[in-house]
Design a protein. Structure first.
Length: 525
């Protein structure tokens, strides 16, 4: 008798989403997690002091809001399993040292008025950009949560219309190219150029232009979802769904090999030698660089192409702090009130400084100007800290391997203090308000999740040759593993990419087709 119908390797949110759909469809599911906690990149932990709940990786949930998983509540995560979000009216704000701010509101008219302080022409250009983003959003959204269309067919379809060709052009140019076309004021350009940086790439990187429209479209239509109780609330709701439908989620169980019985994946071997069998399928959150190690029967060409996938040069470094009081920004809103946003971008003085920062990362150097992003989600969800206290989550981009030969374990405290020092240029009560802090280097990121190879939170870089049906490779782009029947992949290195998309839904759709049931059966009524 098998241990489960389906075994899922890893409890990241993508694997949990796929497992939950299969459990709802009546399969006996077993999820195996190597860590002592669940969630992968979607986890909330007391990293500093008791009572201070920090989102160790993902901080707000943006792109999953357009997924039928939540939009139609297909798994009942909202109505049955306790998942709740708040949606602040100002999702993002750029802040400069001189006190200048530029917010992006869910209401495009309010955003345009903020931009008008810099340039009337840019305000009108923004409104046109907003209309275009809203027009393109339904088509873009339609391709994010289902298996991707073959690259050739997609290109041929888009090439049949003027609108399709315009999208193709926007997909090919850089964010910098796009900003030069749209706006005249450097701070407006930098504001939107910083959006590319949140995708771990330079605004000068080709094939990033469409990201500005995708980001804006989602921001205005759905907002930035702040999960009540922390990012891990999504993980908790998914686990409740799985367990409610007879599944199990097990911690401290690291998989070292996927068993292939000669025709298909039939089970796994754990690090301790325990063997577990699956009668129907295996779901694996397995990074392409280690896929050949866990699947020895992988065909040679598939293994070779998986290993040569490219990881981004911009690894992440994060700092989480417990605060004695909320942050006090030196800048104020135009009406003199305190700043309030989900995500703050602490901007360098010049647009060129941002661009050069990413240039240095390409050569393995540290950015001369820190590009610090910041969230203080106790502004929107005060229950994450004791009464009157607060938390912050800050991040910057660094090389994974240091040219000075020093280890990140030895030096991460010094770099964390550098980030905090940079934040002090914008915030009056730092470092005095900090009670305690925790920092994660790119090496720590990799330790917490093998999906974050070399500190890349997107698993692999989001280049054109590693996108859509070619993500991570053409052979693996449909979530199936050639030569190993009934082994399916999930993770940030699959379409649509890194971030909280709920992309395991597409894997579940493929599995439903192969296992012979209608995907509509995998919905909580």
């Amino acid at each position: 008798m098998s241990d489960a119908d389906i075994i899922a390797i890893g409890s990241g949110h993508n694997g949990l989403v796929a497992a939950a759909y299969l459990a709802v469809a009546g399969r006996k599911v077993l999820v195996l997690e190597r860590n002592d906690w669940f969630g992968g990149g979607v986890v909330t932990r007391e990293l500093t002091r008791p009572g201070f709940r920090h989102d160790q990786h993902s901080m707000s949930h943006i792109f999953i809001q357009g997924n039928p998983l939540l939009l139609d509540d297909e798994l009942g995560l909202r109505r049955k399993y306790g998942l709740r979000y708040v949606f602040p009216e100002t999702p993002m704000m750029s802040v400069w040292e001189d006190g200048t701010t530029l917010p992006l509101h869910r209401d495009p008219v309010k955003s345009a008025e903020a931009i008008r302080r810099f340039s009337a022409r840019d305000a009108e250009a923004f409104l046109a950009m907003s209309r275009q983003a809203a027009e393109w959003l339904p088509m873009i959204r339609a391709g994010l949560y289902t298996p991707p269309m073959p690259v050739g067919a997609q290109s041929a379809m888009m090439d049949q219309s003027g609108e399709g060709r315009e999208i193709m052009r926007t997909m090919a140019i850089s964010t910098f190219d796009l900003m030069e076309e749209l706006f005249e004021h450097d701070r407006v350009k930098a504001h939107f150029g910083r959006v590319a940086g949140e995708n771990l790439v330079s605004p000068d990187e080709k094939a990033t232009g469409i990201g500005a429209y995708v980001f804006l479209g989602f921001l205005e239509k759905y907002g930035f979802g702040v999960p009540v109780g922390g990012s891990g609330s999504l993980t908790d709701a998914l686990i409740r769904c799985i367990e409610d439908h007879g599944g199990a989620v097990r911690a401290g169980a690291e998989v070292r090999e996927v068993i292939n019985d000669g025709s298909r994946a039939s089970g796994v071997v754990l690090d301790n030698g325990e063997r577990l069998s699956a009668s129907e399928a295996i779901i694996g959150a397995i990074h392409p660089h280690i896929l050949p190690d866990l699947v020895p029967s992988l065909p040679g060409s598939v293994a070779r192409n998986a290993r040569r996938t490219h990881v981004t040069d911009a690894a992440c470094f994060t700092v989480h702090a417990a605060l004695d009081e909320p942050l006090k920004f030196k800048a104020k809103n135009a009406d003199g009130t305190d700043l309030s946003a989900v995500m703050y971008e602490l901007m360098p003085a010049e647009y060129e400084d941002m661009r050069r920062a990413f240039d240095e990362l390409r050569y393995g150097n540290f950015s001369p100007t820190p590009l610090v992003g910041l969230g203080q989600l106790t502004q929107h969800d005060p229950g994450r800290a004791p009464e009157g206290k607060a938390i912050f989550h800050a991040w910057d981009y660094v090389p994974y391997a240091r040219k000075d030969g020093r280890s990140w374990d030895e030096t991460k405290g010094k770099f964390a203090r550098k980030i905090i020092g940079r934040m002090g240029d914008f915030i009056d009560n730092l470092p005095e308000a900090i009670l305690d802090y925790h920092c994660d280097s790119p090496v720590d990121m990799e330790r917490t999740s093998p999906s974050f190879h070399r500190g890349d939170l997107h698993g692999i870089s989001t280049t054109t040759y590693q996108s859509g049906a070619h993500r991570p490779t053409p052979e693996l782009g449909q979530y199936r593993v050639p030569g190993v029947d009934r082994l399916y992949l999930v993770g940030p290195f699959q379409h649509p990419g890194g971030g909280v998309f709920g992309a395991g839904r597409a894997t579940a759709m493929v599995m439903a087709e192969d296992l012979g049931f209608e995907f509509d059966q995998a919905r909580v009524q």
